[in-house]
Design a protein around this ligand. Structure first.
Ligand code: GDP
Ligand code: IMO
Ligand code: MG
Length: 427
């Protein structure tokens, strides 16, 4: 019996999908508990590449139940497209379950996401740089207690009333606040009623599924989406998402207690990336940053945007170790750094008055006064993608990994050397 939470430690896209896929082979239940189709998780099996946005990354294993938990915001059109695409590729998705409490992304959420971003860009010249999937507005409506949930989507009479009530309110905001175009609520109803009919068979009580699995001693994986620095409280607010990607979010977004979690694995990269706006202390705005982006294929899985790149930041990683209670790290993409020359790692931040900070600052104001303190390493060379034992890695690579471990205060138990599901070293 064991349950593991897998969380992103940086700004997302650390390779969580790959780690989940590797662990899902042995799992009975995989749960997505936060975020929505702002996530893009890549799973590579040989020549087959799967880009999953809402389906949990265990979906390729028919015996593994895959649950979309109550904390997820579900865009039914995207989910149905994803299911159809998987069906075409021979994956039935019969193992999918969706919690009846999960909130539904409505068309006005996508529209308001766009309008709000445009407004922020015009007013303050700094927008968040969201994925434009309606995530923020959907979570806003959940907190406002006017969200339409999975249960409602699958009950046409209820859906009709809720679309009328909330739709009128959303139309008011779109028209009066932003000067946008109102939605035809009858058309929205017809569209969403059809989605409900197709998705009804997946509806379940996710909390019961997770609890029963745990009681029966099954292996449960909680698949984090987004990452620690995108958490609405513990990330670089306001340049964050609108949910709780940190480990605690797995409990809230599934409906289970904290004592049901046995281990928390933080997934990171051997360097750092970020998509969207907001601070990034170790960012490389130069040819080297470009080289890492191209070698690492650092282009968004969801939006295709180029990812910003920079050095590994141990201050960020220590923050992730603390707020998630990490028991181990899985660090991917050591192959990407091979042959690029000397490497740097940020060990601490230095303020303009000379003070050294070992912990990630609480406010962006304080962060803007910080510059990274770097430690330099000899780089390593050669193709490491076939290495399957720690001892097979070049000595300089092993030294780099050991020092990262020391600086983060957490063992690196999984080392990524390629995108494929077998391209890892377990320690
Ligand atoms: P996620 O959102 O955390 O699941 O990560 P993404 O799928 O958005 O981005 C990670 C990218 O890195 C994907 O293209 C993966 O196939 C790829 N990847 C994962 N691990 C490794 C690795 O160790 N080496 C290389 N070269 N690519 C990797
Ligand atoms: P995965 O699960 C990387 C970023 C967006 C933006 C901010 C808010 O693939 O790691 P949102 O649409 O959530 O309101 O956008 O968060 N963002 C991600 N960045 N990976 C993700 O997911 C992300 N999900 C959201 O770029 O900066
Ligand atoms: Mg991603």
């Amino acid at each position: 019996m064991s349950s593991s939470v897998i969380v992103g430690t940086q700004w997302g896209d650390e390779g969580k999908g790959k780690i989940i896929d590797i662990m899902a082979k042995e799992a009975d239940l995989v749960v997505r508990s936060s975020g929505g189709n702002n996530a893009g998780h890549t799973v590579v099996h040989g020549n087959e590449v799967y880009k999953l946005h809402l389906l949990p990354s265990g979906i390729l294993y028919p015996e593994t139940i895959c649950l979309i938990g109550s904390g997820v915001v579900v865009d039914p059109s995207v989910l149905l497209e994803e299911i159809t695409e998987m069906n075409k590729r021979g994956v039935t998705c019969d193992n999918l379950r969706i919690d009846a409490r999960a909130d539904i992304i409505m068309p006005w959420h996508r529209e308001l996401d766009k309008l709000e971003e445009e407004y922020k860009a015009k007013q303050t010249s700094v927008n968040v740089g969201t994925t434009g999937r309606g995530i923020g507005p959907a979570y806003t409506d959940k907190a406002r207690r006017i969200a339409i949930r999975m249960y409602d989507l699958c009950h046409p009479e209820l859906l009709k009333t809720l679309i009328k009530n909330t739709g009128e309110f959303e139309n008011l905001m779109i028209e009066k606040l932003y000067g946008g175009k109102a939605f035809d609520l009858d058309a929205v109803y017809e569209e969403y009623k059809a989605y409900g009919e197709k998705l009804k068979k997946y509806m379940a009580d996710g909390s019961v599924i997770a609890f029963e699995a745990y009681k029966e001693g099954k292996k449960v994986l909680f698949e984090g989406a987004q990452a620690t620095l995108l958490d609405i409280d513990f990330g670089t607010y306001p340049f964050v998402t609108s949910s709780h990607p940190i480990a605690g979010g797995a409990c809230i977004g599934t409906g289970i207690g904290p004592k049901m979690i046995d281990e928390v694995i933080g997934v990171g990269k051997s360097y750092t990336t970020r998509v969207g706006n907001g601070p990034f202390p170790t960012e490389l705005n130069d040819a080297l940053g470009e080289l890492i982006r191209n070698r690492g294929g650092e282009f968004g899985t969801t939006t295709g945007r180029p990812r910003r790149t920079g050095w590994f930041d141990a201050v960020i990683m220590r923050h992730a170790v603390r707020v998630n209670g990490l028991t181990a790290l899985a660090i991917n993409k050591f192959d990407t750094l091979s042959g690029i020359g000397k490497l740097k790692v940020c060990t601490a931040y230095k303020k303009s008055d000379g003070t050294i900070l070992n912990d990630f600052p609480v406010t962006l104001e304080e962060l803007s006064d910080c510059t990274p303190v770097y430690e330099e390493f000899d780089g390593y060379e050669g193709d490491i993608s076939d290495c399957r034992k720690f001892e097979e890695l070049p000595e300089k690579c092993r030294e780099y990994i050991s020092r990262l471990e020391e600086l983060c205060g957490c063992p690196i138990k999984i080392i990524g050397v390629g995108a494929g599901c077998d391209s890892v070293i377990f320690r």
